[in-house]
Design a protein. Sequence first.
Length: 326
Amino acid sequence: MFPGLLEEFEAGGVPVVREPTEMYFAPGGHLLCQEGRYADPTPIYQPTRSQLEGQIRARVRELPGVEIIDRCEAAGLLGASDGSRVAGVRVVECEGGAERELTADLVVDATGRGGRATRWLADLSGPVAQLSDTEDVVLQSGAAPWMGHYMAASVWQLARYRVVWLLLLLLAATLTVTVTEAFESTLEKATQLAMFIPLLIGTGGNAGAQAATAAIRALAVGEVRVSDLPAVIWRECRVDVVLGTMLATLGMVLGTLFVGAQIAVVVGITLVIICGWAATVGGAMPLLAKRLHIDPAVVSAPMVTTLVDATGLVIYFLTARTVLGI
C-alpha cells in the first residue's frame, strides 16, 4: 500500500529486529528469549505510534483529492434531518474555538480505546442512535425488538413482542419434563435427589448465561473472531470448572447436612460437570451463530439457559446412577 515505507522507517531510526535471538517476551512476568535462527528471518519494524502516523500522514497528504485539517478536534456527530443516519461531524479549532460542520457519507472514528463515537451516537436523536443497542438488548432478554417509546406502547403491544419467544422457550423447556420422566425410576430409588434439581439447573443456567453474555460482548467489540471458537471453548470451560469446584465445595457441605454424604457427592460432582458444560455451550453458541450468519444476540441467555436445564438434568441423573449404583 505504501511502497518504500519500511525503508523510510529504517532511515528515520526506527528499531528493526533482524534475528529471533533479539526477541524477548514476558508472559505472566516470566522472561522468555527466542533462541536459534530462522533460515530466512523476516525483519520486524517497531515504530512508535507518532512515527507511524507521521509517515502515513505524509503519504496520505500527497494523494490527490485529500485534505488534512490540522489543529482541529472532533466535537460531535451530525445527524440527518430524519435521524436515520450519521451525516457528518462537528469540529472545533484548537485556536480560537471556532466550530464548523463537515458533511460526509462516511465517518470513521480511528482514535482507538479513547474514541467518543459511542457517546456521540447516544447524543443523537432518532433511530440511528437507538436501533442497534435496542435490538441487541431486547434479543438478549428473549423478546422481539421493537422501535418506539416504552411508555407509549400498549400492554398488548408489549405482550405481542414477547409472546413468540416465550412460546418457543416453553416448547424447549418441555425437554426438562421429558428428561425427568425418562429418569423416573432413578428418582423413585433416591427421592432426595429431587431436592437439588432447582439448585443444579439454576446454577447451570446462570453459568451458561454468563458465558454467552461474555462471548457476545467480545464479538461486538472485536476481541474474538469466529476462528477463535476452540480457544473460547477451552477458556470458558476451564473458567467454569474452577467456579464449579468452588460451588461444589459449598454444595457438598449443604448436601451432607441435609441428606447425607452420598447425595452430597453426587451434587458436588454434578456441579463441576454442569458448570463446565454450561460455559462451553454459552461461549460456543454466539460464535457458531456468527458463523451461520445469525445475529449472536438471538442466541440469548434465556435460550442457553433452557438448553442447559435439560442437558443438566441428564448429567445429574447419570452421575447419580454411577455414584449410587441405582
